[in-house]
Ligand binder design. Structure first.
Ligand code: PKZ
Length: 167
């Protein structure tokens, strides 16, 4: 199904998942959709592998962790979270040199904590990895030990603006 993109989220500078200047990172982009979910798009590379041709499970976990953790800011971009627990199920291998999508959503929330779930979707449309995670809400200054600079957290325009994403 095709979903309208409401907003592209900001990117980090050095983050292993979203850092635009982390040459070995996953350089993932995040889009808020009309259905209230967050979708991430990532081009996997051979330096993300465990076994040849297969993305390292830790990379898949990091992608799901960040996608679920970012989904909380769809409704309020001042809320940030740190991961308290993450449960991952690896159902199919994720290939290197492929464009994959990662979906994240919030399933419950209170004053201190939020929980969410997500999936990694292969180019074939199959679900390869699923996750549920729990996060504690924290002010960003407390997480980073300082101010959020425009270098560390910024909007990066796509070469071609994505209007819709097919999931
Ligand atoms: C800036 C630019 C960046 C660019 C970059 C991009 C980033 C874009 C965003 C990405 C989105 C995030 C995605 C990645 C996020 C990580 O990767 S974060 C890194 C991994 N996680 C961490 O480092 C967390 C490490 N753990 C901790 O710091 C501490 O254990 C915690 C989680 C803060 C908890 O601290 P604590 O001292 O245990 O807290 P404590 O005061 O005891 O508990 C507070 C309350 O929470 C409850 N609680 C504590 N633990 C739990 C639990 N496991 N379950 C239920 N309740 C609990 C307690 O019962 C307590 O409740 P009350 O009794 O007060 O009612």
């Amino acid at each position: 199904m095709k979903y309208k993109v409401i907003k592209k989220q900001n990117s980090g500078n050095s983050c292993v998942v979203c850092g635009v200047n982390n040459e070995l990172g996953l350089k993932t982009s995040f889009y808020e959709l009309e259905n209230g979910e967050l979708v991430a798009i990532c081009d996997t590379k051979d330096w993300h592998q465990s076994y040849p041709g297969r993305v390292h499970g830790g990379m898949s976990a990091a992608l799901l962790d960040e996608t679920i953790g970012r989904a909380i800011s769809i409704n309020d971009e001042t809320i940030w979270g740190v991961t308290v627990s993450l449960d991952i199920k690896y159902k199919k291998p994720v290939p290197t040199d492929a464009t994959i999508k990662i979906i994240g959503r919030i399933t419950s929330e209170n004053r201190k904590l939020f929980e969410g779930s997500g999936e990694i979707i292969l180019p074939s449309g199959e679900i390869a990895v699923t996750a549920t995670g729990k996060y504690m809400k924290m002010p960003v200054e407390k997480i980073t030990d300082g101010e959020l600079t425009s270098e560390e957290w910024k909007h990066v325009e796509d070469k071609e603006k994505l209007e819709y994403i097919e999931i």
